[in-house]
Every structure is written in structure tokens, then in C-alpha cells.
Design a protein around this ligand. Structure first.
Ligand SMILES: [Zn+2]
Ligand SMILES: [Zn+2]
Length: 174
């Protein structure tokens, strides 16, 4: 995701709005490659504040992930705020604190990709669940319970339910 800053870097006070769209390489999430379902889109304002280029806005993308419960692949949409400050490498008057937080750039093109990827990864949940009511797989036969019941009884699935199952058995007339 690259931005031509040849004009704005020379023009303190200038502000431009950008709509970008770019294919990004797969993300690495917990050692697994996660593919994008399409190009990532960014809606950003770039401002030259006289010292650095402030880039702010939103990034949207879709990821191809597997549900942690039913293992089905689904599209997980992400929408994250983006906010970074880029300063020309070698510029004077940048404090050590600013140097630590800001990102240096060289030349006339800003490559936002590393920070865009970082902001997407930070916004991801610990586990992907296809939908809140996902029933997952039967722990016995592995059937996807979203597609219907299997023939296994639910005994032993949940210890609390198992206890209830035993009680019910005992109560049954012989
Ligand atoms: Zn699921
Ligand atoms: Zn089953």
C-alpha cells in the first residue's frame, strides 16, 4: 500500500484525502498463514504538519479464516483505525521521543504496508468463530452440528450434562 508524497512532503499545511486499494500478502497469525479474500481498502487523510506526515483513517479487509468450533472456512471482515506519523529520514528537529514513535521514510513514496498489516493483526480476535450460535463439531463423530444432529447421544459431551444423563437413566422405569 504505497502513497506518492512528492507534492505533500514539500508543502507544510497541505492535506489530501486518499482512497487506496491494494492486495496484501497473507498474514502470519500464530504461525499460520491467513489469506485476504480481496484487496485491502484504506480511506486516509495525509497531513503535512510542517515536521512530518500524519496519516489517519480507516482500513478495511476480509480474511479467509477457519472457525475454531466447526472448522468451516468463512470470510472474517476487519475494519481498523489507522494512525501513524512518518518523518523524512535525516530531518532536523525531531526529538528522540518522536523518533521512537514515528516512522522514518526515504524518498517520495510512503509504503504503509507494514503498519497496515500490523494494525490488522492487532485487531484480530484470539479465535475466529463463524457466528455466535455456531454449534461446532460433535466431539464423538466429528459431524458439523450446524448441519444437523448426529446419531451420537450427548452423554459424556459435557460433564454436567453427563451427570444429568445418568440421573435420567436411573429414573427410567425398567
Ligand atoms: Zn463455526
Ligand atoms: Zn456425533
Amino acid at each position: 500500500m504505497r502513497v506518492d508524497v512528492s507534492e505533500i512532503r514539500k508543502s507544510p499545511g497541505m492535506k489530501v484525502h486518499l482512497e487506496l486499494s491494494s492486495r496484501l500478502p497473507p498474514l502470519e497469525v500464530e504461525g499460520q498463514a491467513v489469506k485476504f479474500t480481496g484487496p485491502a481498502r484504506a480511506s486516509l487523510d495525509v497531513t503535512n504538519n510542517g515536521k512530518a506526515l500524519v496519516v489517519e483513517g480507516e482500513v478495511e479487509a476480509g480474511l479467509e479464516v477457519s472457525c475454531a468450533r466447526c472448522l468451516e472456512t468463512f470470510n472474517f471482515p476487519v475494519k481498523v483505525d489507522f494512525s501513524e506519523i512518518y518523518y523524512p529520514a535525516g530531518a532536523e528537529g525531531i526529538s528522540p521521543e518522536e523518533r521512537e514513535e514515528w516512522i522514518p521514510f526515504v524518498g517520495e513514496v510512503l509504503d504503509l504496508t507494514p503498519e497496515v498489516v500490523k494494525s490488522i493483526v492487532l485487531a484480530l480476535p484470539m479465535r475466529f468463530i463463524c457466528r455466535e450460535e455456531c454449534r461446532g463439531l460433535c466431539p464423538r463423530c466429528g459431524k458439523n452440528l450446524n448441519l444437523g444432529e448426529c446419531h451420537c447421544s450427548r452423554e459424556g459431551v459435557d460433564p454436567r450434562l453427563a451427570v444429568l444423563g445418568d440421573l435420567l437413566k436411573e429414573m427410567k422405569p425398567r
